[in-house]
Design a protein around this ligand. Structure first.
Ligand SMILES: O=C(O)CCC(=O)C(=O)O
Length: 353
């Protein structure tokens, strides 16, 4: 219908009309979805934060507070059943995978308009919830910083991408303090890498200090973990996600993060979900705002342009000198079409890419 109207008033070649009408329709449906209250879309500031720092914290105003207590109890019950089951695989199925299919209460969280709006803006409105999910309980151990494997259960497969083709949702059914063992994240680390693509390695979680063992002295280990972040990039800094009951953390799939040890008798649960994009990004109005580390500007702008079809002004540069990974990436993205770079990006070895 829209195409017919456009053809009557703008007698352009049909292909151009189709492109124009698709763009207008996408824009109109974006505005309609935003205004109608079906989802709560991200502001430019929130989307910029996601592109820059790789995470967003959402408080779900649309959900009754009592729901979080019920989901805390549900996690507790599943973990006590898990402790009693002898067969490891059966036990694991109680706390992992297809969790939303088994819990009506949990569906209220993932279906909340705040979650749907954010995921719709990051992954496109036809996003898909992958079957892998997990209820994490803090325990006596500290995890090392890692990116989740690109295949469930720690296996190595697929490629990482600056573009948000995948994202994770962490949901906390209780207020989370340092004593309870919060998740630590490294804001901005979604664009920096470690190379673990050596011979025969099937370990998919790209861990920092991969061979490290938790020491007896927790303070010394905290320091070692903080130093592993500095070794990746001097300007990166991890922080604990201390959130009120019922908060949701949305993270870029490649953000470095870790679980931390429990320092109190109280339990802490975190429900984790993986989400995936199923369609190319559609146009939406967007203005990139301030980026906290100028070395991330080109990456945020390039990904922002791809994600929204709105221009984000990537400055050009002809400097190919290398120093730290952050600056190399920044220059690479500014150079854009340099054939030497395209060749390196298509290399089969992670070192070169
Ligand atoms: O338990 C947490 O807070 C984090 C768990 C985690 O890092 C993971 O499952 O990848």
């Amino acid at each position: 219908m829209l195409e017919k109207v456009l053809l009557r008033y703008f007698p352009a070649p049909p292909k151009r009309c189709v492109i124009l009408s698709t763009a207008i329709l996408s824009y109109v449906s974006y505005v309609f979805a935003t205004k109608s209250g079906m989802t709560l879309n991200l502001t430019d500031q929130q989307l910029t934060q996601f592109l820059d720092l790789g995470y967003l914290i959402l408080n779900l105003q649309s959900v009754a507070a009592a729901l979080h207590d019920e989901l805390f109890e549900e996690a507790q019950a599943l973990y006590s059943m898990h402790a009693q089951v002898k067969d490891k695989r059966t036990g694991l199925h109680l706390i992992a995978d297809n969790l939303t299919a088994r819990s009506r209460l949990l569906r209220e969280i993932v279906d909340a308009p705040e979650v749907g709006g954010a995921l719709g803006d990051i992954l496109g409105h036809d996003y898909y919830r992958y079957s892998h999910s997990f209820i994490h309980q803090s325990n006596a151990s500290d995890q090392t910083f890692h990116k989740d494997s690109t295949y469930p259960w720690g296996l190595r497969a697929g490629l990482r991408s600056h573009r948000p083709n995948w994202a994770m949702v962490f949901y906390y059914p209780q207020e989370t303090t340092v004593e309870l063992g919060p998740t630590y994240i490294v804001p901005g680390s979604q664009y920096w890498n470690v190379n673990h693509e050596y011979n025969g390695n099937v370990y998919g979680e790209d861990r920092l200090n991969i061979d490290s063992q938790q020491t007896q002295n927790p303070d010394a280990y905290d320091l070692e973990l903080a130093q592993s972040v500095k070794a990746l990039d001097e300007r990166l800094e991890a922080f604990p996600v201390l959130v009120p009951k019922g908060a949701v953390l949305i993270v870029h799939f490649d953000l470095f993060h870790r679980g931390s040890r429990q320092q109190s008798a109280q339990q802490r649960f975190m429900y984790k979900f993986w989400y995936v994009r199923t369609m190319e990004p559609r146009p939406r109005p967007f203005k990139l705002e301030k980026i906290t580390d100028s070395r991330r500007f080109s990456a945020a702008a390039k990904v922002g342009e791809w994600l929204t079809h709105s221009p984000c002004a990537v400055p050009t540069s002809s400097d190919l000198e290398t120093s730290d990974e952050a600056s190399r990436l920044d220059r690479a993205l500014r150079l854009g079409k340099d054939p030497r770079l395209l060749e390196e990006f298509q290399s089969n070895t992670e070192d070169k890419r």
